[in-house]
Design a protein around this ligand. Structure first.
Ligand code: EPZ
Length: 439
C-alpha cells in the first residue's frame, strides 16, 4: 500500500463560486448495496458508483471473501459466485465503520461470519449493540470476542425486531439478514434515511420481498434466493449539501445539475434561514448564496428527515463566515465538532461545550495551515478556505477522499482556486512522484 507523505490541498479564497456542478453517486447508498450483492451467487452491477476510498475499501473486503470485481467506466461489477469465505481480517474492517453490515450478509449467504470490529472514528464511539441485537433477534448466535465478533445460525428465522433507537447501519444489518431468513420479519423503530429506501429498492430488484421502507416499520418475507442486482446509484445528498455550502460560504451562485430531489429539504430550509435563495428548475437546483448573511439562532441535527448530522460541519463553515452568533446542537454523534479548532485558527470564534457549539462568525476569515481529522470536517475546511482571505493549506486530505470523488475538481470548475497536491507517494520498493495541479 502507498503512504502519502505529502497530501495537501491549497486553496486561495475570496472569489464567489459560479457555474454548474454535477454530483457523484451516494457513498452511503453504494456501501450497503455492495454488501447486499453478497446475497446473490452471481454478478451484480452498481451503476454510476462513486470512485472513492470507502467504495474501494468495501471492494477489497468483498474480494477478500472471494468475490471478483471490475469497473466499466463508472459501473462497478461484483461477481459473488464464489464469495464463500466467512472471515474478514481486522485490518480491513477496522478501516471502515460500515464493514459491520457484512456480518448480516454473510449470515444470510453462508449461515456464519466473523470479522474484526469496525473502525470507530473521531466523531464518536460508534457502538454496534443494535447490530448485534438485530442479528440475535433473527436467530443468530453472536459471540463478542476481545478482537473480533462472530455469528452463526442454521438458517436465520424471521422475527419481530424493535430497535430502541434509530440507527441507519443497524437497520441495514437487519434488512440484509432478513431477506433470506425463513418466514416473515417485522423491523420496528427503523431509520428512515433515503439510503434505507435505496437499499430496499436494490434488494427488491433482486427479488426480495420488502415493504414499508422509509417508514419506521419494514416488513420482510424471506425468500430462498436472490438474483443479480442492477441499479443506478442516486446522487449523494450530503455532497449536494456540501456544494451548496460552498456557494453560501463564497456568496456565489451555483446550479446542481442532478440534485437528489426530496432528499435535501431539511437542509434547504436552513439554507433559506441564513439568507440563501434557491429554485428548482426542470430537475436542476439553482442556489444563490449572494444574500447569505443571517446568523442561525439555533439548529439541531436530527435523524431523517431532520437536518442531517453529516452536513453539520459544512454548515458550521458557512456560519463562521456570517458575523453574529449562531448555535448548533449535535444530537447524533457525541464528538462531531473537530472542525471548531481549525476554524478558530482561521479567525472565527467557535466555542464548544458537550453537544453544543456557538459560532461567532466573521467576514474576514484568513487563510492558514489547517488539518483535516475526518471526512465531513475535512470537506468543511475547503469551504472555509474558499471564503477566507489568502491561502489555506489543508493536510490530512485522505480523510476527504473517503467520501468525495472530485471535490477539488468540481469546485475549481466553478471558480474555486484549488490546487490538489499528492506529492511523493512512497510504495514498497517503488517511489513515484505525481503531482496533480488543478486551477
Ligand atoms: C450512517 O452511519 C452513515 N454512514 C453516517 O455517515 C451518518 O452520519 C449516520 O448514518 C447517521 O445518519 C454510512 O451510511 C456508511 P447510525 P451509522 O447507526 O450507520 C448510535 C458520513 O460522514 N448507535 O445511524 O454508523 C451511534 O453511535 C458518515 O458519511 C448505537 O448506539 O450511524 C450514533 O450515535 C458519518 N448503537 C447513532 O446511533 C449501534 O449499534 C446513529 O448512528 C449503532 C449506532
Amino acid at each position: 500500500m502507498g503512504v502519502n507523505v505529502l497530501d495537501e490541498i491549497r486553496v486561495t479564497g475570496g472569489r464567489p463560486l459560479r457555474g454548474n456542478i454535477s454530483v457523484q453517486g451516494s457513498k452511503n447508498a453504494a456501501l450497503p448495496m455492495m454488501a447486499a450483492s453478497l446475497l446473490h451467487r452471481g454478478i451484480s452491477v452498481l451503476r454510476d458508483c462513486p470512485k472513492i476510498a470507502d467504495v474501494y475499501c468495501m471492494e477489497e473486503i468483498l474480494k477478500e471473501l472471494g468475490a471478483v470485481s471490475w469497473w466499466k467506466g463508472k459501473d462497478l461489477y461484483l461477481d459473488c459466485s464464489r464469495a464463500d469465505k466467512t472471515e474478514i481480517p481486522g485490518e480491513k474492517t477496522g478501516k471502515m465503520r460500515s464493514s459491520v453490515i457484512l456480518l448480516g450478509a454473510m449470515l444470510g449467504r453462508n449461515g456464519k461470519g466473523a470479522m474484526g470490529y469496525p473502525g470507530g472514528c473521531v466523531i464518536g464511539k460508534r457502538p454496534i449493540d443494535l447490530h448485534i441485537y438485530a442479528l440475535r433477534s433473527l436467530g443468530a448466535a453472536v459471540r463478542e470476542g476481545e478482537e473480533d465478533i462472530s455469528a452463526s445460525c442454521v438458517r436465520l428465522k424471521g422475527a419481530k425486531v424493535c430497535f430502541p433507537k434509530s440507527s441507519v447501519g443497524a437497520t441495514e444489518q437487519g434488512i440484509l439478514a432478513a431477506v433470506l431468513a425463513e418466514g416473515e420479519s417485522m423491523l420496528m423503530g427503523c431509520a428512515r434515511e433515503p439510503e434505507i429506501i435505496w437499499l430496499c429498492r436494490y434488494l427488491k430488484g433482486m427479488g426480495a420481498e420488502i415493504s414499508g421502507e422509509g417508514s419506521g416499520c419494514i416488513r420482510i418475507r424471506g425468500v430462498r434466493e436472490l438474483k443479480g442486482g442492477d441499479l443506478e446509484i442516486p446522487a449523494d445528498r450530503i455532497v449536494t449539501g456540501t456544494y451548496l455550502c460552498a456557494a453560501a460560504a463564497t456568496r456565489g451562485k451555483i446550479t446542481i445539475n442532478n440534485p437528489p430531489a426530496g432528499e435535501v429539504d431539511a437542509f434547504l430550509k436552513v439554507y433559506r434561514k441564513i439568507g440563501g435563495q434557491y429554485e428548482w428548475n426542470s430537475g436542476k437546483l439553482i442556489a444563490d448564496g449572494s444574500g447569505v448573511g443571517c446568523p442561525l439562532p439555533y439548529l439541531e441535527t436530527e435523524i431523517y428527515p431532520g437536518f442531517p448530522t453529516d452536513l453539520q460541519s459544512p454548515l458550521m463553515a458557512v456560519l463562521a463566515t456570517i458575523p453574529g452568533k449562531s448555535h448548533i446542537r449535535e444530537n447524533i454523534f457525541e464528538d462531531r465538532f473537530k472542525l471548531a479548532g481549525e476554524l478558530n485558527r482561521m479567525g472565527a470564534r467557535v466555542t464548544v461545550s458537550g453537544r453544543d457549539a456557538w459560532i461567532q462568525g466573521t467576514d474576514s476569515l484568513t487563510g492558514c495551515r489547517v488539518e483535516a481529522e475526518e471526512l465531513r470536517g475535512g470537506a468543511a475546511l475547503i469551504l472555509a478556505a474558499l471564503a477566507a482571505e489568502g491561502e489555506t493549506v489543508i493536510s490530512g486530505c485522505s480523510y476527504i477522499r473517503r467520501g468525495y470523488e472530485h471535490i477539488c475538481r468540481d469546485l475549481a470548475a466553478v471558480g474555486g482556486r484549488i490546487e490538489e497536491k499528492t506529492g511523493k507517494v512512497l510504495y514498497e520498493n517503488i517511489q513515484i512522484q505525481e503531482k496533480n495541479n488543478i486551477n
